[in-house]
Design a protein around this ligand. Structure first.
Ligand code: ARG
Length: 305
């Protein structure tokens, strides 16, 4: 198995605020096109500098949110579980995504008609568990469907704040035992589920959550976010990560930031199944290697839900 991280991005040629499907979007606050292109290029450069290969999805006129490739699908091994968007405004992206994944060697899985599922925006592995957001975009039936198909444990988390409408706006696994989260985006059950199952949780403050601190791209020790997340960066440095900031204000206007603009094609660093795949290839497991990601001595989570 090739170990180079692979990330899917889509150039912002046709990006803009053309409709309003989340509280961040306001057609009277358009994105500055040239600035959006500069910000996207810089993000791409930072990610390429981590050693990741950046693959490109061709932009399509009339699909301004196609830039948010996190919503194309959820990747599990060689399968792409395609998104089925809740809003008709984004449903035109589905055939484009389907074509890209099948042309690039993925097995493409579609959820049943009438299910809503918004890909890695709402479904993130941390260790062996898939954490999945529901209610605002993805519906909970989709979680059950994916759990049955993959045989993986899914913890369903209700998203209660319309500003944090996708799970990746308020939760970000750092590795198999650590994650960043914004507690107020979850109900008390969700907060408890996260606390009891993830040994190390870094809490983001409201002002930084609004700057999309949780919407981070993790590649090994690097953690890339929007600007305005200084406290989180300080905490990440203390834990042995290397936070990097880059301005993404033009994408925040659409309700997205660094993570939303990317899809990890080989599985997130935090995904337990990635380590299994590596072990099967008898490549040393990444998490045992000190150069890959920081390791913490944390007490084992106790208690069951
Ligand atoms: N305007 C897009 C939407 O509302 C933004 C998507 C952001 N993506 C994400 N993974 N959070 O669907």
């Amino acid at each position: 198995m090739n170990d180079t991280p692979r990330i899917l991005m889509c150039p912002p040629d046709y990006y803009g605020i053309q409709y309003e499907i989340n509280p961040w979007m306001n057609r009277s606050r358009p994105a500055a096109h040239a600035e959006a292109c500069r910000q996207w290029e810089q993000l791409r450069r930072i990610l390429a500098d981590t050693g990741a290969t950046i693959e490109l999805l061709e932009p399509v006129p009339g699909l301004p949110d196609l830039v948010f490739t996190a919503n194309a699908a959820m990747i599990y091994q060689q399968t792409a579980y395609l998104s089925r968007f809740r809003h008709p405004e984004r449903q035109g992206e589905e055939p484009i995504n389907a074509r890209w994944f099948s042309e690039h060697g993925y097995r493409v899985e579609r959820l049943p008609e009438g299910y809503y599922f918004e890909g890695a925006g709402d479904a993130l592995f941390c260790g062996d568990t898939l954490y999945a957001g529901y209610r605002i975009r993805t519906d909970i039936r989709s979680h059950q469907y994916i759990s049955r198909k993959t045989g993986r444990r899914v913890i369903s988390l209700e998203l209660v704040d319309p500003y944090y409408y996708h799970l990746d706006t308020c939760f970000c696994p750092l590795n198999h035992e650590a994650a960043v989260y914004y507690p107020a985006a979850f109900d008390s059950y969700g907060q408890r589920a996260l606390r009891e199952n993830i040994p190390l949780l870094v809490e983001v403050q409201p002002e930084e959550a609004r700057h999309f601190a949780c919407n981070a791209v993790v590649v090994g020790r690097r953690v890339v976010t929007n600007t305005g997340c200084a406290r989180l960066h300080q905490e990440l440095r203390r834990l042995g990560f290397e936070p990097v900031e880059t301005p993404l204000s033009e994408f925040v206007k659409a309700g997205g930031s660094a993570k939303c603009l990317t899809l990890r094609l080989d599985g997130e660093d935090a995904a337990g199944w990635r380590r299994e795949a590596k072990a099967a290839d008898s490549v040393p497991a990444g998490l045992d290697s000190p150069s890959d990601t920081p390791h913490f001595d944390v007490p084992a989570a106790d208690g069951n839900l």
